[in-house]
Write a protein that binds this ligand. Structure first.
Ligand SMILES: [Zn+2]
Length: 662
C-alpha cells in the first residue's frame, strides 16, 4: 500500500475483510515494515469485558507522551512540528513532503529520532530550508506549531535544527559501552537523567529508583518522582481517571490490582509499587488484563529506571494450552537446569502463563512490540509470589503473515534448511518464546548476599545477561525428549523443529547485523545476547560453521547435539554470573562475543537484504476501538476496526493527549 499524502480521517469506519486475504503488511518505510495487528476474538467478548478494555485503552493512550518525553527531552516538540506539517500537506513541495513524511513515520515507529534497535540517531534528509518552507506552508493551511511565548516559527525551527539535522548532537539514546570509556549517563541522550554522571551517584540512595528522573540542581541530586502531583502529573492523572472508570467492569482480583496501581500512581512510593506488583501477579484468572506503568529498564544505561508502557489484552483461550503446559511443569524444568544445583529454585509456584491477543500497545511497547512478556521484574516478588508470562499471539501471527519468503531463503545454506524454516519457524519460534518467558526468566535464584537484586552488581550488563539466560534455557529444553511426553511437540516432527530453531537462531546472528547500519557495536540487549550466544558457540563448539559461496557468507548449524551441549555449558556459566553478580565476567563475555562485529560482514548483509528489500524491524498499527454511547452517556457497545494506516492512528493518538501538555 502506498502512503496517502492526506491521511484518511481517523473516524472513517473501516470494514474487516475476510481473514484469508486481509492485509498484514501495509507499507515499507526504508528499513522498517508497517504491519496491521488483528484482534479477532474481541468481537465475541461479553460487553462488560469490551467496556473494560475500552477504558484501559484510553489509559494506554493517555500515558503515551510520557514515554516520548522519557526517551528524549525534545521528542514532543519535534513530534508536534512533524505532525503539524504532515496533517496540513496542501501546497507543500512534493519532494520535501515525501522526505518529511518518511522521517515522520520512522519517528513514530521508533518513538523519536533514535533507532529502537541500534539506539543511534537518524536525521531528516532534506535541507533545513526545505523543512522551513514546508512548515510555513502548513502554517498557512492552519497548522499550529509548539511556539514558546514570543517565538516565531523560524526561531522554533532554528532551535530544533540540530535535533532534526545533526547526527552528532545527542547521537545515542542509550549508550551502555560508550567509546573511550566515557560516562554511560552522559553519553546517553535519554531524559531519565539531567546533567548526572555515574560518579554523582556514589553514595546516593534513590528513594524512587524505578519511577523518577534524576536531576542535578545547584550541585545536588534531586529525584523528580513520576506521580500525581509530580513529574508527568497531568498524564498520570488522566491514566488514573481511566483506570478508575474501568473498575466497575473488572473482576475482583483485577479491581484489587487496578486500585493498587492507582495508589502507586498517586503516591509514587516504592512500597505501593510492590503492593501493586503483588496484586497484579496474584490476579491469575482474569480474562482481560493490562500492563500499565514504568516497567522495563532497557532504556536506562544503569538498568534501574523504568520506561513507561501500556498493553491491554485478553486471553486467547485456543492458544493458551501450550504455554500453560510449560508453566504447569515449571518445577520439572527447574530441577533439570544444567547449572549449579544451588541456583535451582525449590517449590516453583505461581507461574501464570497465557497466550493473549493485544488490543493496544503504547509507550515502550508500541508501535514496536515484544512477542513475549514475563513480569514483574522485581526479583524478590518473583521468588515469593511467582510471575505472569504472556505470549502475544496476534503479534506473532502478524509477524509471521507479513514475513517475506526471501527472508528465509537468502541466508539458508541449503534448500532443505529454507524449507524447514518455512514449515517450522513460526511454531518453533512461539514455543521458544514461551519457554524463554516462563521457564527462562521465571527460573533460578541468586546468592543471598545480592538481596534478590543482581541488577545492582551487574549494572549495564544485567539486561543482556538476563536475556541470554532466558534464551539459553529455551534453546536447551526445546531439544529435550520430555517435550514430546508433555505433548508440546509431536514425536515425528521434534527433530525437525529443533533443527529449524537452531538453524534460525544461528542465521539470526548474521542477519541481525542488517539492523546496525552504522558503527560496529551492538547496543540493544536482546541483540547483544543473541550475538553473544552464537559467536560463543562458534568459538567453543563445532556446532556452527561459517561458510562462503558466490561471495556470500553463511552461518551454518551442522550439529544439533553439539549445539545443545554447548548451550548447556554456556547456560551454566551465565547463571553463575547472575547468581554471583560477577560483573567482570559479564563484561568480558559480551565484549568478546556480543558487542563488536566485523563491519565488512555487516556491509555484505546489508547489501543482500537491500537487494531483496527485506525489512530490519516492524512497527505495528493497532486495532481501533470506538465506544457507542447510549442516550444517558453510558456505553452500549464497543466497536473494533482496523485502520490499516499508521499516520491516521498516530495523529489520532497525539490529538487525544495534546490538552494534557498545556
Ligand atoms: Zn526476555
Amino acid at each position: 500500500m502506498s502512503a496517502p499524502i492526506t491521511p484518511a480521517p481517523a473516524s472513517l469506519p473501516t470494514s474487516t475483510p475476510p481473514a484469508a486475504d486481509r492485509q498484514y503488511l501495509l507499507e515499507r518505510i526504508g528499513e522498517a515494515a508497517v504491519v496491521q495487528v488483528y484482534a479477532d476474538g474481541f468481537h465475541d467478548l461479553p460487553l462488560r469485558e469490551k467496556i473494560l478494555i475500552w477504558h484501559l485503552t484510553q489509559a494506554a493512550i493517555a500515558g503515551r507522551d510520557i514515554f516520548y518525553d522519557q526517551r528524549y527531552a525534545h521528542n514532543l516538540e519535534m513530534r508536534d512540528v512533524l505532525e503539524a506539517i504532515v496533517a496540513h500537506p496542501a501546497g507543500i513541495d512534493r519532494d520535501s513532503f515525501s522526505e518529511i513524511e518518511r522521517y515522520t513515520k520512522l519517528f513514530w515507529i521508533n518513538s523519536g529520532p533514535h533507532n529502537n534497535l541500534t539506539a543511534r540517531k537518524f536525521v531528516l534528509a532534506c535541507t533545513p530550508e526545505a523543512l522551513a518552507a514546508a512548515a510555513r506552508t502548513a502554517a498557512r493551511n492552519g497548522a499550529r506549531f509548539p511556539l514558546r511565548p514570543g517565538e516565531s516559527l523560524d526561531a522554533l525551527l532554528e532551535r530544533l535544527r540540530p535535533m532534526f539535522f545533526d547526527p552528532d548532537v545527542d547521537p545515542t539514546v542509550t549508550s551502555k559501552t560508550p567509546p573511550g570509556g566515557a560516562d554511560i549517563l552522559a553519553a546517553s541522550a535519554n531524559n531519565l537523567y539531567e546533567r548526572v554522571t555515574m560518579a554523582d551517584l556514589d553514595g546516593f540512595k534513590e528513594e524512587h529508583p524505578l519511577n523518577s528522573r534524576l536531576v542535578k540542581r545547584d550541585g545536588r541530586l534531586v529525584e523528580e518522582v513520576y506521580r500525581v502531583g509530580g513529574r508527568y502529573s497531568a498524564q498520570i492523572g488522566a491514566i488514573v481517571g481511566h483506570l478508575e472508570a474501568a473498575l466497575p467492569y473488572a473482576t475482583d482480583a483485577m479491581a484489587h490490582a487496578l486500585r493498587a496501581l492507582v495508589a502507586f500512581y498517586r503516591t509514587g512510593e516504592d512500597a505501593a509499587r510492590e503492593a501493586y506488583d503483588i496484586a497484579w501477579v496474584q490476579d491469575k484468572a482474569s480474562p482481560v488484563d493490562t500492563i500499565n506503568g514504568f516497567v522495563e529498564v532497557y532504556m536506562d544505561a544503569r538498568s534501574i529506571k523504568g520506561a513507561w508502557e501500556a498493553i491491554v489484552y485478553y486471553v486467547n483461550r485456543e492458544k493458551t494450552t501450550q504455554i500453560r503446559t510449560i508453566a504447569e511443569n515449571a518445577q520439572w524444568f527447574e530441577d533439570r537446569m544444567p547449572w549449579d544445583p544451588k541456583y535451582r529454585k525449590q517449590g516453583v509456584r505461581g507461574v501464570t502463563a497465557n497466550a493473549i491477543d493485544v488490543v493496544i500497545e503504547t509507550g515502550e511497547s508500541g508501535p514496536i512490540t515484544p512477542v513475549g512478556i514475563n513480569l514483574p521484574n522485581d526479583q524478590l516478588i518473583r521468588e515469593r509470589y511467582g510471575s505472569k508470562s504472556v505470549s502475544l499471539s496476534n503479534v506473532n501471527e502478524a509477524y509471521d503473515k507479513s514475513t517475506l519468503p526471501e527472508f528465509r531463503t537468502e541466508f539458508s545454506w541449503t534448500p532443505e534448511e529454507a524449507a524447514r524454516a518455512t514449515r517450522w519457524s513460526a511454531f518453533a519460534g512461539e514455543l521458544t518464546t514461551n519457554m524463554h518467558e516462563v521457564i527462562g526468566h521465571g527460573s533460578g535464584k541468586v546468592d543471598e548476599r545480592l538481596n534478590g537484586n543482581p541488577q545492582v552488581a551487574l549494572k549495564e550488563q544485567f539486561s543482556a545477561i538476563e536475556e541470554s539466560r532466558a534464551d539459553l534455557v529455551a534453546l536447551y529444553f526445546i531439544a529435550d525428549p520430555q517435550l514430546v511426553e508433555f505433548g508440546l511437540v509431536d514425536a515425528e516432527s521434534h527433530a525437525d523443529v529443533v533443527r529449524a530453531e537452531y538453524e534460525s537462531y544461528t542465521r539470526n546472528a548474521l542477519v541481525q547485523l542488517r539492523r546496525v547500519r552504522e558503527g560496529t557495536q551492538i547496543e540493544e540487549d536482546h541483540m547483544r545476547n543473541r550475538q553473544m550466544i552464537v559467536r560463543w558457540l562458534m568459538a567453543n563448539t563445532t556446532a556452527i560453521e561459517m561458510r562462503r559461496r558466490d561471495g556470500k557468507t553463511y552461518y551454518v548449524m551442522t550439529d544439533p547435539v553439539e549445539f545443545r551441549a554447548g548451550v548447556g555449558r554456556l547456560l551454566a556459566e551465565v547463571q553463575r554470573i547472575k547468581g554471583q553478580g560477577d560483573y567482570e565476567a559479564a563484561r568480558a563475555l559480551f565484549d568478546t562475543y556480543g558487542v563488536h562485529f566485523d563491519a565488512a560482514l555487516r556491509d555484505e548483509v546489508v547489501a543482500r537484504v537491500d537487494r531483496l528489500q527485506l525489512p530490519s524491524y516492524t512497527g505495528f498499527v493497532m486495532p481501533r476501538l470506538e465506544a457507542i454511547g447510549g442516550a444517558g452517556g453510558e456505553i452500549r457497545d464497543v466497536h473494533i476496526s482496523y485502520p490499516l494506516d499508521l499516520t491516521a492512528q498516530m495523529l489520532e493518538y497525539s490529538a487525544a493527549t495534546r490538552h494534557l501538555r498545556a
